[in-house]
Design a binder for this molecule. Structure first.
Ligand code: SAM
Ligand code: SF4
Length: 329
């Protein structure tokens, strides 16, 4: 079992496989996109498999593939197939915007992917366009349908943005009446690649829940799983659940079980740190698995207590505003 210097178990890796994306969610990146990484700057699939296999041997049980949009990277399904065979890996999950995903769902099911997080911030096609700058609402809804048809567990992630989609909160909660999905509302974070000025948070998890409780006074609090980042609820009679993720308020750091690797191979031991080592550079300089393991254990032994401490340790010229597409969410 892997533990950090604060006694927290580390068993979950979020691997961002690309910074590129086919949407331009304004809370994530500017409309013109990011200064995309060049191919040689990205970890290769071989490098990713090497580090994933090592981390699984060290104690990682669950890997989530994220990005950018994972499915815009060429040969992603072949990579997922190889990853699904890593011995000892208990769970392979994916976070996707759903634009290209619908036709891939049967193959994802065959690979043993049991749960997918689908990002969807609104149920209105015009608002979808205003938020993402792309006309892809119908494709995302089709992905949702396909996932449910294939009995894949779906968590829908919606970032709550003042003045953009707060009118969607109740209709999206209402969706859980007939759909067995977990509808999760996320506080907006400053990681927008400077796509827009971040004016602080108007809709924190308390305000989001107040809005929901006003409409559903009989909503019940569920027991959260250990290391859950969401506070979870159930409305009697509904098939699905509702959750809120206090990503900005950072209420979940005390049980954080996750590490992140960016598309460039940078290890982050906290969402809010600026990156603690570059795994790709180590692999390319010829480091053995033993040497990599030593460096990784050193990094896990120096984890910040929480997101506030991680943010304080960032370089003053490097405030927390990089794009979520290079972090992976
Ligand atoms: N492209 C995929 C997608 O959108 O699902 C995977 C990567 S995306 C960066 C992962 C998650 O981060 C998404 O659910 C997205 O809504 C969330 N996210 C991106 N920027 C965010 C921000 N500024 N605040 C809160 N969540 C954000
Ligand atoms: Fe793309 Fe996901 Fe970022 Fe939206 S949140 S721009 S879909 S990476």
């Amino acid at each position: 079992m892997l533990t950090d210097n604060h006694g927290r178990n580390i068993n979950y890796l979020r691997l961002a496989v690309t910074d590129r994306c086919n949407l331009r969610c304004f809370y994530c990146m500017p409309e013109e996109g990011l200064k995309w990484l060049q191919r040689e700057e990205l970890m290769t699939y071989e490098e990713m498999l090497q580090i994933c296999s090592l981390l699984v041997k060290m104690g990682i049980e669950k890997i989530r593939i994220t990005g950018g949009e994972p499915f815009v990277r060429k040969d992603m399904m072949q990579f997922l197939s190889a990853l699904s065979k890593v011995s000892g890996l208990k769970e392979l999950a994916i976070t996707t915007n759903g634009v290209l995903t619908a036709p891939l769902v049967p193959d994802l099911k065959k690979l043993g992917v049991r749960s997918v997080n689908l990002s969807l911030d609104t149920l209105d096609a015009n608002r979808f366009f205003a938020i993402t700058h792309r006309d892809e609402f119908a494709n995302v809804m089709q992905t949702l349908e396909e996932l449910l048809r294939h009995d894949i567990e779906v968590k829908i992630n919606a970032v709550v943005m003042d003045g953009k989609n707060t009118q969607d909160i109740i209709p999206m909660v209402e969706m859980t009446k007939d759909m067995p999905v977990s509808m999760r509302f996320i506080e907006e974070m400053p990681f927008n690649g400077e796509g827009h000025v971040y004016n602080g948070l108007k809709w924190d998890y308390i305000r989001i829940m107040d809005e929901i409780k006003e409409k559903y006074p009989d909503i019940q609090r569920l027991q959260d799983s250990p290391s859950s980042t969401s506070y979870n609820y159930h409305i009697p009679g509904h098939k699905g659940d509702v959750g809120v993720i206090a990503a900005y308020s950072r209420t979940f750091c005390g049980t954080c079980n996750r590490i992140r690797i960016t598309p460039e191979g940078v290890l982050k031991t906290c969402l809010y740190d600026g990156g603690v080592m570059n795994i790709k550079d180590l692999i390319r300089s010829g480091a053995s698995d033993g040497e990599l393991q030593t460096k990784l254990l050193e990094a896990f032994g120096n984890r910040p207590k929480d997101g506030r401490e991680a943010e304080q340790h960032r370089n003053i010229n490097d405030p927390a505003h990089e794009s979520m597409a290079t972090i992976g969410g």
